[in-house]
Design a protein around this ligand. Structure first.
Ligand code: 5RP
Length: 290
């Protein structure tokens, strides 16, 4: 039986303070469940509204690509400077210490490598995502690829069903179709298809006219960094994306293939969270590099 001694009636009802009816700080999220909002709030900084996700999922397609030979040595030390870690279950379990408290965006599609026809992927189980305490799940859609468009969108749609069941946001990753122009028309279409299918976050590539891609996507958009660029150019890419309305980056190679990954992730964070100009952020990279 509950302890009935000394039961005190409440007398502090804050009668002069109306209940908060303000809306959630990320676009397109107002009608989502508390659990999705809570996970999104772990990924996206409350003050800037943006995120620096560190992507190191490349190995499931590419194997031990440059900069990812040893996730324990190359990626784990960067975790504290990222807002979210994006990787596969195998690398996170084996190489990221469980003491890590940064949210994980778990790559949940798998099945092919760069050695064969790609993107004939399947999903790992939602139980895996739950057991890994995932803050988000990511899967790719191959818009414009006749062989895999339908199956990857079906995968994605199923993942959103599962994500909604357990209130885990799903990030749509827009692959670049082999024969598609890398322009805002294509990425705008691919991003919109992710959102139409229930994505809470869309990851795509920066391109000319990116403001239209972001405007037509009703949920937060983050950009991939793409192939390794000189550091200043990578910072310009991040700056331009934020300037066009992106909500952050999910960057991989331009961080872990830099000659100073720590300086680079700090510099990217300066652009994404503090609005530093690329040249200002470059100074952070340079001073870390020494
Ligand atoms: C590919 C991915 C990668 O994580 C993505 O390409 C981000 O990495 P990078 O900044 O190196 O492009 O999702 O499917």
């Amino acid at each position: 039986m509950a302890d009935l001694d000394d039961i005190r009636d409440g007398d502090n009802f804050g009668l002069n303070t109306p209940a908060d009816t303000s809306s959630f700080y990320l676009k397109g999220m107002n009608s989502t469940d508390w659990g999705i909002k809570n996970r999104m709030a772990r990924i996206f900084n409350r003050k800037s509204g943006n995120t620096v996700m560190l992507a190191f999922d490349h190995g499931f397609l590419m194997g031990p690509t440059s900069g990812l030979e040893r996730i324990d040595l190359n990626i784990a030390p960067l975790a504290e400077y990222a807002d979210c870690l994006m990787g596969t279950r195998g690398m996170i379990r084996s190489s990221i210490p469980a003491e890590n408290t940064k949210p994980v965006c778990l790559r949940t599609d798998t099945g092919t490598t760069i050695l064969t026809e790609m993107n004939h992927n399947v999903l790992i189980s939602e139980e895996e995502a739950i057991s890994m305490n995932a803050a988000a799940m990511a899967a790719m859609i191959s818009v414009g690829d006749a062989a895999t468009e339908a199956s990857t969108i079906a995968n994605f749609s199923k993942l959103v069903d599962l994500g909604n069941k357990y209130s885990i946001p799903v990030m749509g990753v827009t692959a670049v179709g082999k024969d598609m122009a890398r322009d805002s028309r294509y990425f705008g279409l691919a991003a919109r298809v992710c959102a139409e299918n229930g994505a809470s976050i869309v990851k795509t590539y920066y391109t000319e006219g990116f403001e239209n891609v972001v405007a037509a996507c009703p949920v937060p958009v983050v950009i991939a960094g793409g192939k390794k660029l000189p550091e200043l150019e990578a910072l310009e890419l991040a700056y331009n994306a934020i300037d066009c309305g992106a909500s952050g980056v999910d960057m991989g190679r331009n961080v872990f293939q830099s000659d100073c990954p720590l300086g680079m992730i700090k510099a990217v964070a300066g652009v994404v969270h503090e609005g530093l100009k690329p040249a200002e952020a470059l100074e952070i990279y340079k001073s870390e590099k020494g």
